[in-house]
Design a protein. Structure first.
Length: 192
């Protein structure tokens, strides 16, 4: 198994890189929170190694990208994707997807009408003491309940929990390495 993309996401989500990319809006996640988030991403993309990130939603084709940007969120994603390709960047790369995710949550791709997703404060409100499986459910939420980050029509919670547990096992056995640094709960955010 090629774990480079999984490692890239874990390193990004659990380090100050996510805070920098999001202009201070997202604090580094705990390893458990990150495993849950990544488990949800695996189900969103259908890619166990997170190697296929610029994917179009199976079936209806409404969502695209690592976070399956849909509805009002799809237009800004498609625009940023086209601009990236024109500049010779790879929108399937973890680095591009990470940057877009953080910028979109921070509101940098919002239309004049208002926020696409940042208003949810789902990152600021995430409980610190979650297992990877609980984190997968928290991040997923649902469209019906208007909760979570991903908010799918069909949450498939068990699949997301299984993927979070699989990623957590890779962390526990040392296949994936958590970046060194202060615990996420001790880092202050500078939200304006």
């Amino acid at each position: 198994m090629d774990t480079r993309n999984l490692q890239s996401w874990l390193s990004f989500l659990c380090s100050p890189a996510v805070t920098e990319a999001s202009c201070g809006v997202i604090a580094p996640l705990t390893p458990e929170q990150a495993a849950g988030f990544m488990g949800a991403m695996v189900v969103e993309t259908g890619s166990p190694e997170l190697s296929d990130l610029d994917v179009v939603e199976a079936g209806c084709g409404a969502g695209r990208g690592a976070m399956q940007y849909t509805g009002l969120r799809r237009g800004p994603y498609d625009k940023a994707r086209s601009e990236a390709i024109a500049r010779g960047l790879d929108p399937n790369s973890p680095a591009w997807q990470q940057r877009f995710f953080a910028e979109e949550y921070a509101g940098l791709h919002d239309p004049p009408e208002g926020s696409l997703i940042g208003w949810t404060e789902v990152f600021a409100l995430c409980p610190v003491e979650l297992t990877p499986e609980q984190a997968a459910v928290y991040w997923t939420g649902s469209a019906e309940a208007a909760e979570g980050y991903f908010r799918p029509g069909r949450p498939h919670s068990e699949r997301r929990q299984d993927e979070a547990a699989r990623i957590w096992a890779l962390i526990e056995d040392g296949t994936l390495c958590v970046p060194l640094g202060p615990p996420a709960s001790r880092l202050a955010l500078h939200v304006s």
